[in-house]
Design a protein around this ligand. Structure first.
Ligand code: N01
Length: 548
């Protein structure tokens, strides 16, 4: 271990200055707690700080993908587009940091590398890789479910003569592909957004696809001022209606409570078509059994494949772009001109499903015995999702238990918020919660408020620690698995299952049961005196000095 300076004492140490960390800091301060955010990057914004690739934008509508805790904030902020692009989202994160005077509580360019629960002091002893140390009663991991990029271990990756850019670690300065031959590896949400824009700039673009994705149109455009005024006229009502939705958003296009198998082909087609014209995730709500019954799902899947065939002129390319897996099993992509891009003469698609990329060479890459030459390679290869960031920390609970040992078979958790053996450690938007299936800012607000209420409860009762019980945790993980078992989510290899990372244990990580029942369960647990948690008195008097 690096020699460390004397530990700064805090009530709450927060890891990460994305939306979760910003709101947690604000909330902790509103409770009168001393709190500090430690962020590895040189700015706030988390996901939206790092994912600066061309075309990066949110796939939930801007009016829904924003904080609701402050009516003033939601009234004063103006989104320019239906789906905000990364620069605007980053401006929003910075605005939130300034508006709520959070900057002096955020330490940038500092990477937390180790945290251990000290059972005697009942505090988290936390260190950075530069040897700074903090001692906090509570540790909040606001480090994001999609924050550790997945860079496949391609042979020869280091040997490439040109730049290798990962979508999730895009440079801050603009990248110009003009006149270049560019490779994009991957065809998930990031690639689908980046490909149309790279294709407009590059001389030649070659996309290496292992699994085709389903994409539905965003129909993005300037935000309609009439719509904005309508939402702002009753923003709390709009938010409340969204909270009743399964995804926590989309109240204007609710789930159609009808089976896809119970209607005529004409009715079905009309419903799919209407939702396709609106764009976004609403297609999966066209019928209430699309995510539950593979026969119903196949009808929606074929509808999208039909759209691909109508859009892509070359039948071979259209066939390659047509996914075979159930729709929605991997996260649905929301695109702007993705399939149309393959009609451009400078774009080609290479299938690497059967014959993988063998090697990156100084001049390009090889697959299936063929060499391809490139000036730049873009890896749109996703993330070690939900667990990657915590598993890379030296994070130890009671008895020095490393998180790697606790999670060797998958991320055990209770309510997606806490882990048995790791008292006073809260995880925001992690495995076991519905966050991956919601508008994530809404999930973040829900988690942060639950955590803040929990800390306030402990303080009011003179309690020092809270910890999930092993029994409650086991029952919760079984519940998350049981819910997934009633859906189509187990029918393909997705990051939800950890299947995109070689060697990662397979466990369906997010809760697929819908936001309203999850939020209700979290509230019920708290109302019952934190059922399933062990709460304990201080083993000795605790004191906490303010560091401002
Ligand atoms: O990552 P992904 P992403 N050789 O894992 C391929 C959110 N997000 O960054 O499917 C060749 O989806 C891999 O192939 P396969 C959103 O939640 C949101 O695109 O594993 N290919 C796949 O095609 C999303 O789900 C937004 O067979 C390899 C691709 O790389 C999540 O982030 C925008 C490979 C990775 O796709 C992740 O999206 C962007 C290899 N060795 C992201 N390894 C919006 O809000 C991997 N691949 C719109």
């Amino acid at each position: 271990m690096v020699d460390s300076k004397p530990a700064q004492r805090l009530d709450v140490l927060i890891v990460g200055a994305g939306f979760a960390g910003l709101y947690m800091l604000h909330k902790a301060r509103s409770l009168g707690l001393t709190a500090r955010v430690i962020e590895a990057a040189s700015g706030v914004g988390g996901t939206w700080f790092h994912n600066r690739y061309p075309g990066a934008r949110v796939d939930v509508q801007s009016m829904e993908y924003s904080f609701q805790f402050s009516e003033e904030l939601q009234q004063e902020w103006h989104w320019t587009e239906r789906y905000a692009a990364q620069p605007e989202l980053l401006r929003y994160a910075n605005h939130v940091a300034d508006r709520f005077a959070l900057r002096d509580g955020i330490q940038l360019d500092t990477r937390v590398s180790a945290a251990a629960f000290d059972e005697t002091a009942q505090r988290w002893q936390v260190r950075s890789d530069s040897g700074e140390a903090w001692s906090a009663r509570f540790l909040v991991m606001a480090s994001g479910p999609l924050s550790t990029p997945n860079t496949p271990a391609f042979k020869g990756l280091e040997s490439f003569n040109g730049p290798v850019l990962h979508t999730a670690r895009w440079p801050q300065e603009p990248v110009d592909f003009s006149g270049q031959r560019v490779a994009v590896v991957g065809t998930g949400s990031s690639a689908i957004q980046a490909i149309p824009l790279i294709a407009q700039q590059a001389r030649e673009l070659t996309v290496f696809q292992r699994t085709a994705s389903y994409a539905v149109p965003a129909h993005n455009g300037p935000l309609d001022p009439v719509y904005e005024a309508k939402v702002k006229a009753d923003y709390p009502g709009f938010r409340a209606r969204n909270k009743l939705m399964r995804l926590g958003f989309g109240c204007e296009q609710p789930m159609n409570p009808v089976s896809a198998l119970s209607v005529s082909p004409e009715v079905r087609e009309a419903e799919f078509e209407a939702r396709w014209r609106i764009g976004g995730f609403g297609l999966l709500g066209a019928f209430d059994d699309l995510m539950l019954d593979e026969r119903a799902n196949a009808l929606a899947a074929e509808f999208v494949r039909g759209k691909i065939r109508q859009t892509v002129r070359d039948p071979n390319t259209a066939a390659l772009l047509s996914p075979k897996q159930t729709i929605g099993c991997k996260r649905l992509c929301v695109d702007t001109g993705y399939y149309e891009t393959y009609n451009r003469p400078n774009v080609q698609l290479v299938d690497v499903s059967e014959y993988p990329i063998d090697e990156i060479t100084p001049t390009g890459l090889t697959t299936h015995g063929r060499d391809y030459a490139f000036d730049a390679i873009v890896l749109a290869t996703g993330f070690d999702a939900m667990t990657g960031t915590l598993m890379r920390l030296d994070l130890r609970g009671r008895g020095g238990l490393p998180i790697q040992q606790k999670w060797h078979a998958g991320p055990l958790n209770y309510l997606g918020l806490m882990f048995a053996g790791f008292p006073n450690l809260f995880n925001v938007a992690g495995p076991g919660s519905t966050s991956a299936f919601t508008s994530v800012i809404q999930s973040i607000e829900h988690h942060v408020e639950w955590i803040a209420d929990c800390i306030a409860h402990l303080d009011a009762q003179g309690l020092a620690t809270i910890e999930a019980t092993q029994e409650a945790e086991a029952a919760w993980v079984a519940h998350v698995n049981m819910v997934a078992g009633h859906t189509v989510f187990l029918s393909c290899n997705s990051w939800y299952l950890g299947a995109n990372i070689p060697g990662k244990p397979r466990m369906f990580m997010p809760l697929a049961g819908g936001f309203p029942p999850y939020a209700e369960r979290c509230a019920k647990v708290a109302n019952k005196g934190y059922e399933g948690f062990a709460l304990a008195q201080a083993v000795r008097a605790l004191s906490c000095t303010s560091i401002g």
